[in-house]
Design a protein around this ligand. Structure first.
Ligand code: VNL
Length: 390
């Protein structure tokens, strides 16, 4: 008897639950967030997830009458896995937006799915120039390597750096950085005497650094993805490169705010160019950094976090504007052309390219109150991705 009652109750609850869910579906807005939460790029996943959750804590989870639901999946930074997870999210979960994309191969793997299903894909991390051309449904809130590299190639020759070797991770963003930095240096009358490339997976920098030491350029220009900077910095110091008078310069990925404090004094004085520093002196950024650190046991937000935070803003604004009507195409249209103040400074989603237009800052690693920061000392305003031809 008792058993039967229990069964009945369970069934009844199950049905109510199911029909409740059925009703709720129409009023749910789903964001499928695919990120590397484990493996080599795990710091990027952790930063973006934390930022997306902070955005939701600050802005609520009801937008235009819909309940926003974040569905997080770990792709371990393997593009086949990213594609499979995105497919499941689109087909089974019927997500309204796909977001995340820790590395370029992941974004490239998902691009055709976004096009076929007309699902906006908000790229929050990956930064190879060509990504936005891989699908008309891609909108980017991170940056591009050409955007960040050119500014440094304008700064370097004016600051005694006339002979450079480049060292980049051997895939999309590294090749972009190498190409745009090298071309601009040469245009500015400086020399780039060697272009070195290291594998993305488990790189060993030692043999490359030895080669750089032998060449003895004024500076070594480095691009490695977020998370790999500490290894470069450590080996740079161990091989006595700084003592040999070789300066380290690069895009801000190498002095990533997530890791900078652990790099130690070898990082002091390193000049980089990038779109975001946790030390950016604006009220909006102070508020962002304080709230992020408070919500994450003192973890400092890096440029990945800002890409995630702003990506959530772009999605929320598009949902507000459309009221959730008109599907993926209407959402995408509402993402184009958004202008707002980010913790990084002013930013704008170019309606033509769906890519981000933003300030690029020159920064130098400095110590303040015992902590290392990327202190901004110059700015190039409203930089478009130089990789776009149209
Ligand atoms: C990429 C570019 C990844 C820059 C990064 O860190 C980065 C990419 C994970 O496009 O794969 O700092």
């Amino acid at each position: 008897m008792q058993k039967r009652t229990f069964l009945h109750t369970a069934l009844a609850v199950g049905l109510v639950g199911a029909s409740g869910l059925g009703l709720a579906q129409d009023n749910v807005f789903k964001i499928g967030l695919v990120l590397p939460m484990t493996g080599q790029q795990a710091t990027t996943g952790r930063q973006i997830e934390a930022a997306a959750r902070l955005w939701m804590a600050q802005n609520g989870d009801t937008v235009a009458g819909k309940k926003v639901q974040l569905i997080l999946k770990d792709d371990t930074s393997l593009p086949d896995m990213t594609r499979r997870l995105a497919q499941e999210l689109i087909v089974n979960e019927k997500v309204n937006v796909i977001a995340g994309m820790g590395i370029t191969p992941s974004a490239m793997a998902v691009a055709p799915l976004a096009t076929q299903s007309k699902t906006p894909l908000v790229v929050m991390a990956a930064a190879t120039s060509s990504i936005t051309q891989a699908s008309p449904f891609i909108v980017r809130t991170s940056f591009t390597l050409p955007q960040a590299s050119v500014a440094l190639a304008d700064w370097a020759p004016k600051n005694g750096i006339k002979k450079v070797v480049t060292l980049v991770s051997d895939y999309g963003p590294g090749i972009d950085a190498e190409k745009y930095f090298t071309e601009r240096m040469k245009f500015n009358g400086a020399q780039v005497v060697e272009n070195l490339r290291v594998p993305l997976r488990s790189p060993d920098f030692a043999p490359f650094l030895q080669k750089v030491r032998d060449i003895k350029p004024d500076a070594l220009f480095v691009f490695v993805p977020s998370g790999a900077g500490t290894a470069v910095m450590k080996q740079f110091a161990e091989r006595g490169m700084d003592k040999a008078g070789i300066r380290l310069i690069g895009t801000g990925d190498v002095t990533d705010d997530d890791l900078l404090n652990d790099m130690g004094d070898v990082a002091l004085g390193v000049v980089t160019s990038h779109h975001y520093s946790a030390a950016h002196p604006s009220a909006a950024n102070k508020k962002f950094v304080d709230a992020f650190m408070k919500a994450n046991k003192g973890l400092r937000p890096n440029f990945m976090a800002v890409g995630g935070y702003d990506g959530m803003r772009v999605i929320y604004e598009a949902l507000k504007k459309t009221g959730g009507k008109g599907g993926g195409t209407a959402l995408l249209e509402a993402m184009k052309g958004q202008v707002f103040e980010s913790p990084r400074g002013p930013m704008f989603i170019d309606a033509q390219t769906r890519d981000v237009v933003q300030n690029i800052y020159l920064r130098k690693v400095e110590k303040k109150d015992g902590q290392l920061w990327n202190a901004e000392f110059d700015v190039i305003k409203d930089v478009k991705d130089p990789g776009k031809t149209k």
